[in-house]
Design a protein around this ligand. Structure first.
Ligand SMILES: [Zn+2]
Length: 239
């Protein structure tokens, strides 16, 4: 288990790992709904307040609230065609599932707005991080008050990419590295630079040092391939 915003008393935010078993509704032999209930209950959270997104590797962001509670919590009646969720309401749990892609968590700590996004390389090219910031500002938030945590995802140590993907990141040359003929992508660096570009204070951006691909306690699409049998769930809620 990974805790986000661990110094923030008003925020409850966590990510499961392999020890929590599969929390995915998409991957795995067993349905992750029951494990979600168990995982959330450890922190006094009720799965019926959880909202998740369909996650289509896009950059669409939806604003949700109490009336959407339960959508995508235990079944696939999630918020369709989006990869990011935002709310200004308390006791509403927002979640994304990942297995190498980056979960990005947002907290506008003055106005009281939270968000969560799923950002793999496709969502990152589409700059979902910026879409999240824009939406928080539209809701009355101030970019200066936004704190961001980028959760565990595939690190630059393991994220080997082919030329076609590298070409998508031509605007972020510092995020690409070569070892011999192999190319590697630093997803963290791209997301951080996108956030800074839209005005987020770099001292308010934290990123996990964990790599989901080579650390065995995480589910990893890269490491497990067709044998991938689950995913982690990241959640955030304002008390
Ligand atoms: Zn690695």
């Amino acid at each position: 288990m990974v805790q986000y915003f661990h110094k923030a008393e008003k925020i409850k935010a966590y990510m499961s790992d392999g020890a929590d078993d599969n929390l995915s509704l998409k991957w795995g032999r067993a349905h992750g709904g029951a494990n979600r209930t168990l995982f959330l209950s450890k922190f006094g959270l009720n799965v019926s307040n959880l909202i998740t997104a369909e996650q289509v590797h896009g950059s669409h962001v939806a604003v949700v609230g109490a009336k959407e509670r339960g959508m995508g919590s235990e079944n696939k009646d999630w918020i369709k065609k989006c990869d990011g969720l935002i709310t200004s309401e308390r006791e509403v749990i927002l979640g994304v599932e990942t297995a190498d892609c980056a979960p990005i968590l947002f907290w506008e700590d003055k106005k009281g707005i939270i968000g969560i996004a799923h950002s793999g390389w496709r969502g990152t090219v589409k700059n979902i991080a910026q879409q999240m910031v824009n939406k928080i500002v539209q809701l009355g938030g101030n970019v200066k008050n936004i704190q961001v945590e980028i959760g565990p995802h595939i690190g630059k140590c393991c994220f080997e990419i082919k030329k076609d993907v590298a070409d998508e990141f031509i605007n972020w040359p510092k995020a690409l590295s070569c070892v011999g003929t192999k190319k590697y992508l630093d997803l963290t660096a791209v997301i951080k630079s996108q956030l800074i570009q839209c005005g987020v204070n770099k001292r308010r951006i934290l990123s996990s040092k964990h790599c989901t691909a080579h650390e065995q306690n995480f589910y990893s699409y890269r490491r497990q391939g067709v044998d991938l049998d689950g995913a982690m769930l990241s959640v955030i809620m304002m008390i």
